[in-house]
Design a protein around this ligand. Structure first.
Ligand code: SF4
Length: 272
C-alpha cells in the first residue's frame, strides 16, 4: 500500500518554504496535502483561499486553484466562490489574527450560514508575520510584542465560537499530533456544510520567544503535554485543567448547508 505524500500539489521549485525554522505551518501544509490526495482532490476542482499572514503564504506553493485575498476577508471571498460554483472544494487557510481577530465577523457569519467549505485556522496565539502582536486567541497573561507585561484580555476559543455560530464540523488538532491532524482535516474536507479545523501550532520566533519557550522543541513538548483527548480532559480536576485543551473531533452534525437551502427556496420561488 502506498502512502499519500501530497507532493503532487506542490509547485516545482517552491522549496525551501519561507517559514521560520520550527514553525508549524509546514507540518500543517503537508498534512492538508496528504488529505487532499487521499480524497482524490484535483487541481481543477479545488480552490485554496488564503488571507494575510505567514499561513496565508501557503497558496504560493500550490498548483491547485488559489485566491490570495485581503486581511481578515478570506471567508467572504470563499463564500462568493462557493456560492458561484458549489461543485468546487473550497479550503480557506487563515491564522488566528486573520481568521478570528480581524476576520472575526466573517468567521461568525460563514459558520452561521453553514457555507460548504473548510476553514483551517492555524492558531499560534499571535500575529506572527507582523511581529508577534497580541491576537484574540492569545491566552490571558501571556506576553506578546504589544502586551510585554502580559495580556490583560481573555482569550477566544475558536472551536467554541464555531460551534455556537452553527458549524457542522469542528475539530482541534496540533502539529505535534500529525497523523491525527491529517485525519481531522480529511474528515472536515469530507463534511457538507461549514467545517473548522483549528491547528494549534508553534511560532517560536515570536510567541515562543516572548514566553520563554525559546526553541521550537519546547513548544512542541508543550503541545504534546497540554493537548489531551476529551476523555482525559474530563478526568482532570478544575484546578488541573488550567492550560490544557481538548484535541480531536468536537462537533459533527448535519444541518443543511447554505447552497442546499438556497436551492430549496429558489425552487419555491419558481413555483416548483
Ligand atoms: Fe511561523 Fe512565527 Fe515565523 Fe510566521 S513568524 S513563519 S508564524 S515562526
Amino acid at each position: 500500500m502506498t502512502h499519500a505524500t501530497g507532493l503532487k500539489y506542490l509547485k516545482n521549485g517552491c522549496l525551501p518554504l519561507m517559514w521560520c525554522p520550527g514553525c508549524g505551518h509546514g507540518i500543517t501544509l503537508g498534512n492538508m496535502l496528504r488529505a487532499f490526495e487521499e480524497l482524490d482532490f484535483t487541481n481543477e476542482n479545488t480552490v485554496v483561499v488564503t488571507g494575510i499572514g505567514c499561513w496565508g503564504k501557503a497558496d504560493d506553493y500550490l498548483v491547485t486553484n488559489a485566491l490570495h485575498t485581503t486581511h481578515g476577508r478570506a471567508l467572504a471571498f470563499a463564500t462568493g466562490v462557493k456560492a458561484y460554483n458549489p461543485k468546487l472544494n473550497v479550503v480557506v487557510l487563515m491564522g488566528d489574527g486573520d481568521g478570528v481577530t480581524i476576520g472575526g465577523n466573517h468567521f461568525i457569519h460563514a459558520a452561521r450560514r453553514n457555507i460548504d467549505l473548510t476553514a483551517i485556522i492555524v492558531n499560534n496565539y499571535n500575529y506572527g508575520m507582523t511581529g508577534g502582536q497580541v491576537s484574540a486567541t492569545t491566552p490571558s497573561d501571556r506576553r506578546t510584542s504589544t502586551t510585554v507585561y502580559g495580556n490583560p484580555e481573555r482569550e477566544l476559543d475558536v472551536c467554541a465560537l464555531a460551534e455556537a455560530a452553527g458549524a457542522n464540523y469542528v475539530a482541534r488538532g496540533t502539529v505535534y499530533h500529525g497523523w491525527d491532524l491529517k485525519n481531522l482535516i480529511k474528515e472536515g474536507l469530507s463534511k457538507k456544510g461549514f467545517s473548522l479545523v483549528e491547528v494549534v501550532s508553534p511560532c517560536p520566533t515570536h510567541f515562543g520567544r516572548n514566553n520563554n519557550m525559546k526553541v521550537a522543541v519546547k513548544m512542541l513538548n508543550w503541545l504534546k503535554e497540554k493537548g489531551v483527548t476529551k476523555e482525559k480532559y474530563a478526568q482532570l480536576t478544575d484546578s488541573q485543567k488550567d492550560g490544557y485543551f481538548i484535541i480531536g473531533k468536537l462537533v459533527d452534525r448535519d444541518a443543511p448547508d447554505y447552497n442546499t437551502r438556497y436551492e430549496e427556496i429558489r425552487a419555491r420561488a419558481m413555483g416548483s
